[in-house]
Design a protein. Structure first.
Length: 350
């Protein structure tokens, strides 16, 4: 394959990856919907979607920036481009969720939080994607989703400052070592791979492993390694991910987490790349809404879980829970449209 073909392929948008990102965002919303549909989370392995986010991020950022970084792009310009794409949507979602947090705190739904935490520390740390010191949560208004966004920024910095220069083999070794370490740690925690906001160092380990794996997949894809793989239905591949996220569990599952993160998720990404010619157009809006949905849903879920607003604070109700889920989707769509007014938001390109 010639250099011109490589350049064309690297600049295109992969709708299959859009669809996977969107389905992962839906899985996160359902994972956070504890005690709304039924007791406990409806997608008990939805937390593994975070590793897929990191994996996809590594692929699309390498696709968009690797040649630029090797040519002339410096770290400052790279981060400026990333900030323009990500921060406006994040700040919209953060402001929305902080407003809900203020209302809930003022009405007694956060007992024990002092005024300094409620009105100063938590809003500032949330907007800056920092841990909310003084609480037992990373970001109370955002249900801790900000830890993964902070990790992504840290990994982005590491990639643009150093990792893009490493050979593919070296990056693959880094992936193996990081995933091996995470696997070992998973057997000595009470949550398997469901860690991150509680121990940011482990979240960073998850992030660097999956992100770097995405970079490796991009490089191999550019070299044509996956051209002979079977051409499977993209809809089937997304359904397989939903099945992974929906696997019920009543205890930590480090073995299943390891299989899902290190084997199944990369395989789904590779097969979706191969299936790109068959991807339907509706995968695109799934990708468009994924990031807005990720940052806008926490406040709505908290209102449903902790207040009588939706009538769900005393027990699950399938119909009302579907209404809350629909409201999350609608809010994500609104944020998506708002972000396009000034800055087009694309989730399958960096």
């Amino acid at each position: 394959m010639g250099k011109r073909e490589h350049f064309t392929m690297e600049k295109r948008r992969y709708l299959g990856l859009d669809g996977l990102r969107g389905i992962c965002a839906v899985a996160i919303v359902l994972y956070h919907s504890d005690n709304l549909f039924h007791p406990g989370p409806i997608f008990q392995h939805g937390y593994l979607a975070v590793d897929v986010f990191f994996l996809l991020s590594g692929f699309v950022i390498a696709m968009a920036h690797e040649d630029r970084l090797k040519a002339a792009e410096d770290l400052g310009h790279f981060l400026k481009v990333r900030a323009r794409r990500l921060l406006p949507v994040f700040w919209i979602g953060a402001a929305f969720n902080i407003a809900i947090f203020f209302w809930m705190a003022a009405n007694g739904f956060y007992p024990g939080y002092g005024w300094a935490l409620v009105w100063i520390v938590i809003p500032i740390t949330t907007m800056l994607m920092l841990p909310a010191w003084g609480t037992d949560e990373f970001s109370p208004p955002l249900m801790n989703v900000t830890w993964s966004l902070l990790v992504e920024w840290l990994v982005n910095i590491a990639y643009a400052a150093l990792l893009f220069r490493w050979r593919t083999r070296t990056l693959a070794i880094l992936v193996i070592v990081a995933w091996a370490a995470m696997s070992v740690i998973g057997y000595f925690t009470e949550r398997g791979w469901c860690v991150g906001y509680q121990m940011l160092s482990l979240g960073l380990l998850r992030g660097i492993a999956a992100f770097t794996a995405g970079v490796v997949i991009f490089r191999l894809h550019r070299q044509g390694w996956f051209a002979r793989l079977p051409l499977l239905s993209p809809e089937l591949l997304l359904t397989l991910w939903l099945c992974i996220a929906a696997v019920p569990t009543f205890t930590a599952t480090p073995t299943f987490d390891w299989i899902a993160v290190t084997l199944l998720s990369p395989a789904l990404v590779v097969l979706l790349l191969r299936a790109e010619p068959r991807v339907p157009a509706w995968f695109k809006p799934l990708g468009d809404i994924s990031y807005p949905l990720y940052v806008i849903h926490p406040g709505i879920i908290l209102l449903a879980q902790k207040t009588p607003l939706f009538g769900l604070n005393h027990g699950p109700d399938m119909l009302r829970a579907l209404g809350v889920f629909a409201l999350c989707l609608f809010s994500g769509w609104i944020v998506t449209q708002a972000s396009k007014l000034r800055l087009p938001f694309r989730t399958a390109t960096a």
